[in-house]
Design a protein around this ligand. Structure first.
Ligand SMILES: [Zn+2]
Length: 389
């Protein structure tokens, strides 16, 4: 039952626990969950040998615990079908609901997930967890092999405020990682955290998995603000120059042009339209709704006014900066797969229809059969996420 080699440095961001597993234990865990897989092809496809090993590793070789966690995860996957879900808040309510996405890789080939706390207009715990699930499910098929089958999460805290102080959001996301995606989080780099964050950090540490807490590293922003180590030191340790400069450009832009570009960026709109340099889709959406008389509240019309005061509309990022990710990432399978998934969900979402979908039509990936978009009603056009897998 208890197995293999303990490395003794589980907390280090560059080492993995239990690099060698007992093949008998791996086999026993696979057998224990086999009845569930026999009745469900999607689960069977997902539950590869690598995933069985990952769950055993997550419980440090303890077969009983690993069986429980893997069984619960399989039942959850059977019920939720996370591989076919996308974030309902981002697609359905506001294109800027969340700002957390896969944008590149670290030096070892682990996925780089980047998020900006202030950019997310939605502070709800369950919808943030749902967005995390979308990010992780998009990642899963794109990850490299063990020991690099993980992601490093870079979080920019420059606009972290009182509204972000609820430990519920962090708890919901970290809970999801531990429960259903164990051994995926390779490291978390917190950039530019203000003093205010210390209170939340202490609160989260009391309930988060200590192994997760050890993976956190603090780093100053590119302009030298916030707590932690020097920007260059941390970035050079993890990322190539290309990735480091993408992150620096993104973070500097969000600080310098927060009122225009910064708060209007939507990863989802950029991915659906195929353009990561133009922003302000939410304002265009609000305006379209107003013109059609669909705008329900005064709040949305005042928001439109507020967003339209920009001198440049739609606002653009710095030349050459694409918010969808690094240049090397944009040509990757991960980027192509994310766009295909987003396009297939776009006509279903209230926020991604209309102006966003119209822009997407001009820039479809080669061979992507979306002719239905023009001829069908949004509800029945090409929407069955399970078909796109
Ligand atoms: Zn979202």
């Amino acid at each position: 039952m208890a197995v293999a080699t303990e490395t003794g440095d589980e907390g280090c961001l560059h080492h993995r626990a239990l690099p060698t597993l007992d093949p008998i234990a791996v086999d026993a865990l696979a057998k224990a969950v086999k009845p569930l897989l026999d009745e469900d092809d999607t689960l069977a496809q997902w539950c590869t040998n690598a995933n069985v090993e990952r769950f055993l590793r997550a419980d440090r070789g303890h077969l009983g615990k690993a069986t429980k966690r893997l069984t619960e995860t399989l039942r959850w996957r059977q019920q939720v079908r996370p591989e076919s879900q996308m974030c309902t808040a981002c697609f359905g309510k506001d294109l800027r609901s969340h700002y957390m996405q896969h944008v590149g890789w670290d030096k070892r080939g682990r996925a780089l997930v980047y998020s900006d706390i202030g950019m997310a207009v939605d502070k709800n715990a369950s919808s943030n967890a749902e967005h995390c699930m979308q990010v992780l499910e998009l990642l899963e098929p794109q990850l490299n092999k063990f020991p690099n089958d993980q992601y490093v999460w870079v979080v920019d805290f420059h606009k972290f405020g009182v509204a972000d102080m609820s430990p519920k959001v962090a708890g919901a996301c970290l809970g999801l990682f531990g429960k259903s995606y164990p051994e995926r989080l390779g490291g978390m780099i917190i950039v530019g955290a203000p003093m205010l964050f210390n209170g939340l950090y202490r609160a989260v540490c009391t309930f988060a998995d200590p192994v997760t807490v050890k993976k956190v590293r603090f780093c100053q922003s590119p302009d030298g603000k916030g707590g932690g180590k020097n920007w260059d030191t941390v970035m050079d340790e993890f990322f190539s120059l290309e990735t480091k400069y993408w992150l620096a450009t993104e973070m500097r832009e969000n600080r310098a042009k927060w009122k225009t570009v910064g708060k209007q960026k939507s990863w989802l709109a950029s991915v659906v339209t195929g353009c990561g340099n133009t922003h302000g889709w939410q304002a265009a959406y609000e305006r379209e709704r107003e013109e059609k008389g669909e705008s329900k509240s005064k709040k949305s019309s005042s928001k439109t006014k507020e967003l339209d005061t920009s001198s440049e509309f739609p606002p653009k990022s710095l030349p050459g900066h694409d918010i969808r990710g690094c240049v090397s990432f944009l040509s990757s399978n991960a980027s192509v797969a994310a766009r295909e998934r987003a396009l297939r969900h776009a006509s279903k979402g209230e926020a991604t229809r209309g102006v966003v979908l119209a822009a997407a039509m001009k820039n479809l990936p080669p061979g992507f059969a979306l002719e239905n978009l023009e001829t069908h009603e949004a509800e029945d056009a090409f929407y069955d996420a399970r078909d796109c897998l």
